[in-house]
Design a protein around this ligand. Structure first.
Ligand code: SF4
Length: 480
Protein backbone atom coordinates (compact mmCIF):
# COMPACT_ATOMS: atom_id res chain seq x y z
CA UNK A 1 0.00 0.00 0.00
CA UNK A 2 2.74 2.47 0.93
CA UNK A 3 4.31 2.03 -2.48
CA UNK A 4 1.01 2.64 -4.26
CA UNK A 5 0.38 5.79 -2.23
CA UNK A 6 3.82 7.09 -3.01
CA UNK A 7 3.22 6.42 -6.68
CA UNK A 8 -0.18 8.10 -6.58
CA UNK A 9 1.17 11.13 -4.71
CA UNK A 10 4.09 11.63 -7.06
CA UNK A 11 2.15 10.76 -10.18
CA UNK A 12 0.90 14.18 -11.34
CA UNK A 13 4.08 16.07 -10.63
CA UNK A 14 6.09 13.43 -12.32
CA UNK A 15 3.80 13.29 -15.34
CA UNK A 16 4.37 17.00 -15.84
CA UNK A 17 8.08 16.57 -15.57
CA UNK A 18 7.93 13.72 -18.00
CA UNK A 19 5.87 15.72 -20.48
CA UNK A 20 8.33 18.58 -20.35
CA UNK A 21 11.39 16.40 -20.26
CA UNK A 22 10.48 13.66 -22.66
CA UNK A 23 11.16 15.53 -25.87
CA UNK A 24 14.38 16.85 -24.46
CA UNK A 25 15.35 13.36 -23.50
CA UNK A 26 14.61 11.97 -26.96
CA UNK A 27 16.59 14.80 -28.49
CA UNK A 28 19.46 14.06 -26.17
CA UNK A 29 19.30 10.41 -27.12
CA UNK A 30 19.19 11.21 -30.81
CA UNK A 31 21.97 13.76 -30.55
CA UNK A 32 24.07 11.70 -28.21
CA UNK A 33 23.75 8.40 -30.00
CA UNK A 34 26.55 8.92 -32.46
CA UNK A 35 28.83 10.37 -29.84
CA UNK A 36 28.19 7.40 -27.59
CA UNK A 37 28.89 4.93 -30.36
CA UNK A 38 32.09 6.73 -31.21
CA UNK A 39 33.19 6.65 -27.60
CA UNK A 40 32.49 2.97 -27.41
CA UNK A 41 34.19 2.19 -30.68
CA UNK A 42 37.23 4.23 -29.74
CA UNK A 43 37.47 3.13 -26.11
CA UNK A 44 37.76 -0.13 -24.24
CA UNK A 45 34.01 -0.63 -24.00
CA UNK A 46 32.54 -2.63 -26.82
CA UNK A 47 28.82 -2.26 -27.01
CA UNK A 48 26.98 -5.39 -27.97
CA UNK A 49 24.98 -4.11 -30.88
CA UNK A 50 21.92 -6.28 -31.03
CA UNK A 51 18.46 -5.38 -32.07
CA UNK A 52 15.51 -6.43 -30.02
CA UNK A 53 14.44 -9.10 -32.48
CA UNK A 54 17.70 -11.01 -32.20
CA UNK A 55 18.45 -10.49 -28.53
CA UNK A 56 17.68 -14.11 -27.68
CA UNK A 57 20.62 -15.64 -25.98
CA UNK A 58 22.90 -17.94 -27.95
CA UNK A 59 24.26 -21.19 -26.53
CA UNK A 60 27.83 -19.92 -26.69
CA UNK A 61 27.04 -16.90 -24.52
CA UNK A 62 27.41 -16.34 -20.79
CA UNK A 63 25.89 -13.16 -19.38
CA UNK A 64 27.24 -11.76 -16.13
CA UNK A 65 26.28 -9.02 -13.75
CA UNK A 66 27.90 -7.71 -10.57
CA UNK A 67 26.36 -6.00 -7.57
CA UNK A 68 24.63 -6.70 -4.30
CA UNK A 69 20.94 -6.50 -5.22
CA UNK A 70 20.89 -10.17 -6.18
CA UNK A 71 17.19 -10.37 -6.95
CA UNK A 72 17.20 -7.39 -9.30
CA UNK A 73 20.50 -8.47 -10.87
CA UNK A 74 18.96 -11.85 -11.65
CA UNK A 75 15.85 -10.28 -13.17
CA UNK A 76 18.01 -7.99 -15.29
CA UNK A 77 19.96 -10.94 -16.67
CA UNK A 78 16.81 -12.94 -17.41
CA UNK A 79 15.33 -9.97 -19.26
CA UNK A 80 18.58 -9.57 -21.19
CA UNK A 81 18.54 -13.27 -22.09
CA UNK A 82 14.86 -13.05 -23.01
CA UNK A 83 14.23 -16.20 -20.99
CA UNK A 84 10.45 -16.05 -21.39
CA UNK A 85 10.82 -16.47 -25.16
CA UNK A 86 12.75 -19.69 -24.61
CA UNK A 87 9.93 -21.42 -22.72
CA UNK A 88 7.39 -23.17 -24.92
CA UNK A 89 4.19 -21.85 -23.35
CA UNK A 90 2.78 -20.24 -20.22
CA UNK A 91 1.53 -23.62 -18.93
CA UNK A 92 4.97 -25.19 -19.06
CA UNK A 93 5.97 -26.93 -15.85
CA UNK A 94 9.12 -25.11 -14.81
CA UNK A 95 11.51 -26.61 -12.27
CA UNK A 96 14.19 -24.64 -10.44
CA UNK A 97 17.08 -26.75 -9.15
CA UNK A 98 19.06 -24.85 -6.50
CA UNK A 99 21.91 -26.20 -4.38
CA UNK A 100 20.99 -27.13 -0.80
CA UNK A 101 23.91 -29.50 -0.34
CA UNK A 102 23.92 -29.17 3.45
CA UNK A 103 22.34 -27.08 6.18
CA UNK A 104 24.41 -23.92 5.94
CA UNK A 105 23.42 -20.35 5.20
CA UNK A 106 24.22 -19.07 1.70
CA UNK A 107 26.79 -16.65 3.13
CA UNK A 108 28.79 -19.73 4.13
CA UNK A 109 29.54 -20.38 0.47
CA UNK A 110 27.72 -23.65 -0.27
CA UNK A 111 24.02 -23.06 -0.87
CA UNK A 112 22.06 -21.03 -3.42
CA UNK A 113 21.01 -17.57 -2.21
CA UNK A 114 17.20 -17.32 -2.00
CA UNK A 115 17.34 -13.81 -3.54
CA UNK A 116 18.56 -15.35 -6.81
CA UNK A 117 15.61 -17.74 -6.76
CA UNK A 118 13.28 -14.85 -5.87
CA UNK A 119 14.55 -12.99 -8.94
CA UNK A 120 13.86 -15.98 -11.19
CA UNK A 121 10.40 -16.61 -9.72
CA UNK A 122 9.39 -12.94 -9.93
CA UNK A 123 10.56 -12.74 -13.52
CA UNK A 124 8.66 -15.90 -14.45
CA UNK A 125 5.48 -14.86 -12.66
CA UNK A 126 5.60 -11.37 -14.16
CA UNK A 127 5.79 -13.07 -17.56
CA UNK A 128 2.73 -15.20 -16.88
CA UNK A 129 4.32 -18.50 -15.84
CA UNK A 130 2.59 -20.12 -12.88
CA UNK A 131 3.63 -23.79 -12.69
CA UNK A 132 6.91 -23.32 -10.84
CA UNK A 133 8.46 -25.98 -8.58
CA UNK A 134 11.72 -26.00 -6.66
CA UNK A 135 13.38 -29.44 -6.56
CA UNK A 136 16.40 -30.39 -4.49
CA UNK A 137 17.83 -32.97 -2.13
CA UNK A 138 20.81 -32.51 0.20
CA UNK A 139 23.80 -34.80 0.12
CA UNK A 140 23.97 -38.18 1.82
CA UNK A 141 23.84 -37.65 5.57
CA UNK A 142 22.20 -34.21 5.31
CA UNK A 143 18.50 -33.45 5.67
CA UNK A 144 17.09 -31.36 2.84
CA UNK A 145 14.42 -29.73 4.98
CA UNK A 146 16.97 -28.48 7.51
CA UNK A 147 18.82 -26.69 4.72
CA UNK A 148 15.48 -25.55 3.27
CA UNK A 149 14.57 -23.74 6.49
CA UNK A 150 18.04 -22.46 7.32
CA UNK A 151 18.41 -20.90 3.86
CA UNK A 152 15.03 -19.16 4.08
CA UNK A 153 13.38 -21.24 1.37
CA UNK A 154 10.31 -21.77 3.56
CA UNK A 155 9.58 -18.02 3.43
CA UNK A 156 10.38 -17.95 -0.29
CA UNK A 157 7.95 -20.75 -1.11
CA UNK A 158 5.22 -19.13 0.95
CA UNK A 159 5.75 -15.64 -0.45
CA UNK A 160 5.57 -16.70 -4.08
CA UNK A 161 3.18 -19.63 -3.75
CA UNK A 162 5.50 -22.11 -5.45
CA UNK A 163 5.98 -25.81 -4.64
CA UNK A 164 9.03 -27.46 -3.17
CA UNK A 165 9.90 -31.11 -3.77
CA UNK A 166 12.41 -32.75 -1.42
CA UNK A 167 14.04 -35.24 -3.75
CA UNK A 168 15.35 -37.24 -0.79
CA UNK A 169 11.73 -38.32 -0.29
CA UNK A 170 10.99 -39.03 -3.94
CA UNK A 171 10.63 -42.44 -5.54
CA UNK A 172 12.96 -43.13 -8.42
CA UNK A 173 13.09 -45.11 -11.61
CA UNK A 174 15.77 -46.33 -13.96
CA UNK A 175 16.51 -44.33 -17.09
CA UNK A 176 18.91 -45.06 -19.93
CA UNK A 177 21.19 -42.01 -19.89
CA UNK A 178 23.17 -42.25 -23.12
CA UNK A 179 24.00 -45.91 -22.58
CA UNK A 180 24.29 -45.87 -18.78
CA UNK A 181 21.28 -46.83 -16.67
CA UNK A 182 20.81 -44.38 -13.81
CA UNK A 183 18.08 -43.99 -11.19
CA UNK A 184 16.39 -40.60 -11.45
CA UNK A 185 13.81 -39.15 -9.05
CA UNK A 186 10.26 -39.46 -10.39
CA UNK A 187 9.76 -35.67 -10.25
CA UNK A 188 12.14 -35.30 -13.19
CA UNK A 189 9.33 -36.60 -15.40
CA UNK A 190 7.22 -33.59 -14.34
CA UNK A 191 9.58 -31.00 -15.84
CA UNK A 192 8.98 -29.22 -19.13
CA UNK A 193 11.67 -26.59 -18.62
CA UNK A 194 14.54 -26.97 -16.15
CA UNK A 195 16.37 -23.97 -14.73
CA UNK A 196 19.49 -25.06 -12.91
CA UNK A 197 20.62 -22.65 -10.16
CA UNK A 198 23.98 -23.95 -8.94
CA UNK A 199 26.60 -22.26 -6.78
CA UNK A 200 30.02 -21.76 -8.36
CA UNK A 201 32.30 -23.61 -5.93
CA UNK A 202 35.36 -25.71 -5.48
CA UNK A 203 34.97 -29.41 -4.77
CA UNK A 204 37.33 -31.57 -2.78
CA UNK A 205 37.02 -34.52 -5.17
CA UNK A 206 36.17 -33.11 -8.59
CA UNK A 207 38.02 -29.76 -8.12
CA UNK A 208 35.08 -27.64 -9.30
CA UNK A 209 31.33 -27.93 -9.07
CA UNK A 210 28.72 -25.86 -10.85
CA UNK A 211 26.14 -26.65 -13.54
CA UNK A 212 26.77 -30.32 -14.39
CA UNK A 213 27.34 -31.73 -10.93
CA UNK A 214 24.37 -29.88 -9.45
CA UNK A 215 22.10 -32.37 -11.22
CA UNK A 216 23.03 -34.92 -8.55
CA UNK A 217 20.30 -33.40 -6.42
CA UNK A 218 17.77 -35.08 -8.74
CA UNK A 219 18.82 -38.63 -7.91
CA UNK A 220 18.10 -40.60 -4.72
CA UNK A 221 20.69 -41.05 -1.96
CA UNK A 222 21.33 -44.67 -2.90
CA UNK A 223 22.25 -43.54 -6.41
CA UNK A 224 24.51 -40.78 -5.05
CA UNK A 225 26.48 -43.46 -3.23
CA UNK A 226 26.59 -45.60 -6.36
CA UNK A 227 27.93 -42.64 -8.37
CA UNK A 228 31.06 -42.73 -6.25
CA UNK A 229 31.57 -46.42 -6.89
CA UNK A 230 31.42 -45.62 -10.61
CA UNK A 231 34.14 -43.00 -10.34
CA UNK A 232 31.86 -39.94 -10.18
CA UNK A 233 32.91 -38.32 -13.47
CA UNK A 234 31.34 -40.80 -15.85
CA UNK A 235 27.92 -40.96 -14.14
CA UNK A 236 27.81 -37.15 -13.79
CA UNK A 237 28.34 -36.80 -17.54
CA UNK A 238 25.70 -39.44 -18.33
CA UNK A 239 23.27 -37.94 -15.83
CA UNK A 240 23.40 -34.73 -17.84
CA UNK A 241 22.65 -36.66 -20.99
CA UNK A 242 19.56 -38.01 -19.21
CA UNK A 243 18.34 -34.74 -17.68
CA UNK A 244 18.45 -31.75 -19.99
CA UNK A 245 19.12 -28.37 -18.40
CA UNK A 246 17.34 -25.70 -20.40
CA UNK A 247 18.81 -22.68 -18.66
CA UNK A 248 21.40 -22.03 -15.99
CA UNK A 249 21.52 -19.22 -13.44
CA UNK A 250 24.82 -19.39 -11.59
CA UNK A 251 25.03 -18.08 -8.03
CA UNK A 252 28.57 -16.70 -8.10
CA UNK A 253 28.01 -14.54 -5.08
CA UNK A 254 30.30 -16.07 -2.49
CA UNK A 255 31.05 -19.72 -3.22
CA UNK A 256 33.72 -21.59 -1.29
CA UNK A 257 36.54 -22.37 -3.72
CA UNK A 258 37.82 -25.29 -1.66
CA UNK A 259 34.93 -27.15 -0.08
CA UNK A 260 31.54 -27.82 -1.57
CA UNK A 261 29.84 -27.50 1.82
CA UNK A 262 31.30 -24.06 2.43
CA UNK A 263 33.11 -22.39 5.28
CA UNK A 264 35.56 -20.27 3.29
CA UNK A 265 33.34 -18.05 1.14
CA UNK A 266 35.02 -15.87 -1.47
CA UNK A 267 32.83 -12.85 -2.14
CA UNK A 268 32.42 -12.14 -5.87
CA UNK A 269 28.90 -10.65 -5.90
CA UNK A 270 28.17 -11.95 -9.37
CA UNK A 271 25.29 -13.75 -11.04
CA UNK A 272 25.67 -15.40 -14.44
CA UNK A 273 23.24 -16.97 -16.89
CA UNK A 274 23.82 -19.36 -19.76
CA UNK A 275 22.15 -22.07 -21.81
CA UNK A 276 24.99 -24.59 -22.08
CA UNK A 277 25.98 -26.35 -18.83
CA UNK A 278 29.18 -27.73 -20.38
CA UNK A 279 30.26 -24.25 -21.41
CA UNK A 280 29.46 -22.95 -17.92
CA UNK A 281 31.59 -25.62 -16.27
CA UNK A 282 34.43 -25.09 -18.73
CA UNK A 283 34.33 -21.39 -17.88
CA UNK A 284 34.29 -22.22 -14.16
CA UNK A 285 37.40 -24.38 -14.69
CA UNK A 286 39.05 -21.39 -16.31
CA UNK A 287 38.02 -19.06 -13.49
CA UNK A 288 39.38 -21.48 -10.90
CA UNK A 289 42.70 -21.96 -12.75
CA UNK A 290 42.10 -25.50 -13.98
CA UNK A 291 42.39 -26.88 -17.46
CA UNK A 292 39.09 -28.33 -18.62
CA UNK A 293 40.71 -31.76 -18.90
CA UNK A 294 41.53 -31.69 -15.18
CA UNK A 295 37.80 -32.09 -14.53
CA UNK A 296 37.01 -35.16 -16.66
CA UNK A 297 33.21 -35.00 -16.47
CA UNK A 298 33.17 -31.73 -18.43
CA UNK A 299 34.79 -33.25 -21.52
CA UNK A 300 32.82 -36.49 -21.09
CA UNK A 301 29.58 -34.50 -21.09
CA UNK A 302 30.69 -32.78 -24.28
CA UNK A 303 31.39 -36.14 -25.89
CA UNK A 304 27.85 -37.23 -25.00
CA UNK A 305 26.45 -34.19 -26.79
CA UNK A 306 25.40 -32.25 -23.68
CA UNK A 307 27.20 -29.08 -24.73
CA UNK A 308 30.39 -27.48 -25.92
CA UNK A 309 33.44 -26.93 -23.70
CA UNK A 310 35.31 -24.87 -26.30
CA UNK A 311 35.91 -21.53 -24.61
CA UNK A 312 37.46 -20.13 -27.79
CA UNK A 313 33.93 -20.00 -29.20
CA UNK A 314 32.38 -18.52 -26.07
CA UNK A 315 31.13 -14.97 -25.66
CA UNK A 316 31.36 -13.59 -22.13
CA UNK A 317 29.10 -10.57 -21.86
CA UNK A 318 28.96 -8.37 -18.81
CA UNK A 319 26.11 -6.05 -17.95
CA UNK A 320 27.36 -2.69 -16.81
CA UNK A 321 26.01 0.59 -15.67
CA UNK A 322 28.01 3.67 -16.31
CA UNK A 323 26.91 6.76 -14.44
CA UNK A 324 26.72 9.97 -16.45
CA UNK A 325 27.04 8.35 -19.88
CA UNK A 326 24.50 8.91 -22.64
CA UNK A 327 20.93 7.68 -22.88
CA UNK A 328 18.69 8.35 -19.95
CA UNK A 329 21.26 9.82 -17.58
CA UNK A 330 19.70 12.54 -15.50
CA UNK A 331 16.21 12.04 -16.89
CA UNK A 332 14.63 11.68 -13.48
CA UNK A 333 17.43 12.81 -11.24
CA UNK A 334 15.69 13.12 -7.92
CA UNK A 335 12.50 11.12 -8.22
CA UNK A 336 11.88 8.43 -5.68
CA UNK A 337 12.08 4.84 -6.84
CA UNK A 338 8.33 4.44 -6.61
CA UNK A 339 7.60 7.48 -8.71
CA UNK A 340 10.19 6.31 -11.19
CA UNK A 341 8.28 3.08 -11.75
CA UNK A 342 5.38 5.22 -12.81
CA UNK A 343 7.69 7.18 -15.04
CA UNK A 344 8.62 4.00 -16.83
CA UNK A 345 4.97 3.21 -17.44
CA UNK A 346 4.21 6.78 -18.51
CA UNK A 347 6.82 7.25 -21.11
CA UNK A 348 10.40 6.59 -20.27
CA UNK A 349 9.80 2.98 -21.17
CA UNK A 350 9.13 4.07 -24.72
CA UNK A 351 12.37 5.97 -24.90
CA UNK A 352 14.08 2.90 -23.56
CA UNK A 353 12.54 0.62 -26.18
CA UNK A 354 13.62 3.03 -28.85
CA UNK A 355 17.12 2.89 -27.53
CA UNK A 356 17.03 -0.89 -27.68
CA UNK A 357 15.79 -0.81 -31.27
CA UNK A 358 18.61 1.49 -32.16
CA UNK A 359 21.18 -0.89 -30.87
CA UNK A 360 21.90 0.26 -27.37
CA UNK A 361 21.17 -3.22 -26.13
CA UNK A 362 19.66 -3.57 -22.75
CA UNK A 363 18.88 -0.18 -21.32
CA UNK A 364 16.22 -1.55 -19.00
CA UNK A 365 13.57 -0.23 -16.69
CA UNK A 366 15.98 -0.34 -13.82
CA UNK A 367 18.42 1.89 -15.62
CA UNK A 368 15.63 4.31 -16.43
CA UNK A 369 14.50 4.24 -12.82
CA UNK A 370 17.95 5.05 -11.58
CA UNK A 371 18.59 7.58 -14.33
CA UNK A 372 21.67 5.53 -15.14
CA UNK A 373 22.49 4.11 -18.56
CA UNK A 374 23.59 0.52 -18.91
CA UNK A 375 25.41 -1.63 -21.43
CA UNK A 376 26.12 -5.16 -22.40
CA UNK A 377 29.86 -5.23 -22.63
CA UNK A 378 31.71 -7.89 -24.56
CA UNK A 379 34.19 -9.26 -22.06
CA UNK A 380 37.37 -11.24 -22.22
CA UNK A 381 38.08 -14.54 -20.52
CA UNK A 382 40.60 -12.75 -18.34
CA UNK A 383 38.04 -10.26 -17.03
CA UNK A 384 37.71 -12.08 -13.78
CA UNK A 385 40.27 -14.06 -11.87
CA UNK A 386 39.51 -15.92 -8.71
CA UNK A 387 42.11 -16.54 -6.02
CA UNK A 388 44.00 -19.79 -6.32
CA UNK A 389 42.30 -21.65 -3.53
CA UNK A 390 44.27 -24.81 -3.01
CA UNK A 391 43.95 -25.64 0.66
CA UNK A 392 42.53 -28.91 -0.43
CA UNK A 393 45.66 -30.03 -2.27
CA UNK A 394 47.85 -30.28 0.84
CA UNK A 395 45.07 -31.83 2.88
CA UNK A 396 44.41 -34.43 0.22
CA UNK A 397 47.94 -35.74 0.69
CA UNK A 398 46.95 -37.05 4.12
CA UNK A 399 44.14 -39.17 2.67
CA UNK A 400 43.75 -42.40 0.72
CA UNK A 401 40.33 -42.25 -0.87
CA UNK A 402 38.50 -45.02 -2.74
CA UNK A 403 34.95 -44.28 -3.92
CA UNK A 404 34.15 -41.94 -1.05
CA UNK A 405 30.77 -40.23 -0.87
CA UNK A 406 30.88 -36.44 -1.20
CA UNK A 407 29.56 -35.85 2.31
CA UNK A 408 32.07 -38.17 3.98
CA UNK A 409 35.01 -36.63 2.15
CA UNK A 410 33.50 -33.17 2.46
CA UNK A 411 33.38 -33.46 6.25
CA UNK A 412 36.88 -34.91 6.49
CA UNK A 413 38.59 -32.03 4.68
CA UNK A 414 37.55 -29.18 7.01
CA UNK A 415 38.28 -31.41 10.01
CA UNK A 416 41.80 -31.91 8.65
CA UNK A 417 42.14 -28.20 8.05
CA UNK A 418 41.32 -27.49 11.68
CA UNK A 419 43.90 -30.03 12.82
CA UNK A 420 46.48 -28.56 10.46
CA UNK A 421 45.83 -25.08 11.84
CA UNK A 422 46.37 -26.47 15.33
CA UNK A 423 49.72 -27.95 14.28
CA UNK A 424 48.55 -31.53 14.79
CA UNK A 425 48.41 -32.84 11.25
CA UNK A 426 52.17 -33.25 10.89
CA UNK A 427 52.01 -35.98 13.56
CA UNK A 428 50.27 -38.20 11.05
CA UNK A 429 52.62 -40.68 9.42
CA UNK A 430 50.08 -42.94 7.74
CA UNK A 431 47.24 -42.24 5.32
CA UNK A 432 43.70 -41.81 6.54
CA UNK A 433 41.47 -44.19 4.56
CA UNK A 434 37.97 -43.27 3.45
CA UNK A 435 35.41 -44.56 0.97
CA UNK A 436 33.23 -47.45 -0.07
CA UNK A 437 36.21 -49.20 -1.58
CA UNK A 438 37.38 -50.11 1.94
CA UNK A 439 34.29 -52.08 2.87
CA UNK A 440 35.28 -55.46 4.31
CA UNK A 441 38.94 -54.50 4.41
CA UNK A 442 41.33 -53.90 7.29
CA UNK A 443 43.85 -51.14 7.91
CA UNK A 444 45.22 -48.65 10.41
CA UNK A 445 42.96 -45.62 10.49
CA UNK A 446 39.68 -45.04 8.64
CA UNK A 447 36.68 -42.75 8.42
CA UNK A 448 33.06 -43.88 8.43
CA UNK A 449 31.17 -47.15 8.39
CA UNK A 450 33.00 -48.37 5.31
CA UNK A 451 36.24 -48.64 7.30
CA UNK A 452 34.68 -50.33 10.34
CA UNK A 453 37.22 -53.17 10.03
CA UNK A 454 40.12 -50.77 10.63
CA UNK A 455 42.16 -50.64 13.83
CA UNK A 456 41.14 -47.01 14.46
CA UNK A 457 37.79 -45.91 13.08
CA UNK A 458 35.15 -43.25 13.55
CA UNK A 459 31.68 -44.63 12.95
CA UNK A 460 28.89 -42.96 11.02
CA UNK A 461 27.61 -42.88 7.48
CA UNK A 462 28.78 -40.27 7.11
CA UNK A 463 30.30 -39.17 10.41
CA UNK A 464 29.98 -35.42 10.94
CA UNK A 465 32.87 -32.99 10.65
CA UNK A 466 32.92 -32.60 14.44
CA UNK A 467 32.97 -36.36 15.01
CA UNK A 468 35.84 -36.77 12.58
CA UNK A 469 37.72 -33.85 14.13
CA UNK A 470 37.28 -35.19 17.68
CA UNK A 471 38.32 -38.68 16.62
CA UNK A 472 41.43 -37.56 14.75
CA UNK A 473 42.42 -35.08 17.42
CA UNK A 474 42.28 -37.80 20.09
CA UNK A 475 44.24 -40.13 17.82
CA UNK A 476 46.93 -37.56 16.98
CA UNK A 477 47.16 -36.24 20.52
CA UNK A 478 47.86 -39.73 21.79
CA UNK A 479 50.93 -39.83 19.51
CA UNK A 480 52.75 -36.86 21.02
S1 SF4 B 1 30.80 -44.32 5.40
FE1 SF4 B 1 31.01 -45.09 3.31
S2 SF4 B 1 28.93 -45.18 2.49
FE2 SF4 B 1 28.87 -43.91 4.34
S3 SF4 B 1 29.09 -41.83 3.59
FE3 SF4 B 1 31.16 -42.57 4.08
S4 SF4 B 1 31.97 -43.40 2.18
FE4 SF4 B 1 29.75 -43.18 1.93
Amino acid sequence: MALRERIAGGHMALRERIAGGQMALRERIAGGRMALRERIAGGHMVLREKKSEDCDMERNQILKIYGTDYKQMTKTLLAGADLAAQIADRNSRIALKPNLVSASEPSYGATTHPEVLAGIIEYLQENGFRAITLMEGSWVGGKTMEAFRLCGYDALVEQYGVRFVDTQKERSHSVDCAGLKLNLCDCVDDIDFLINVPVLKGHCQTKITCALKNMKGLIPNSEKRRFHTMGLHKPIAHLNAGIRQDFIVVDHICGDLDFEDGGNPVVCNCVMVARDPVLVDAYVCKLQHYEVDEVPYVRLAQQLGVGNADLAQAEIITYEKAAGRGLSGGAVPDASGAADEQAVREGFGAADEEAVREGFGAADKESVKKGTPCFWRQGAMEDEELPRARKIVELRDAVEEVESCSACYGYLMPALERLKNEGLLNRLDEKICIGQGYQGRTGKIGIGRCTSGFEHNVRGCPPTEQQIYDFLKAYLSSRS
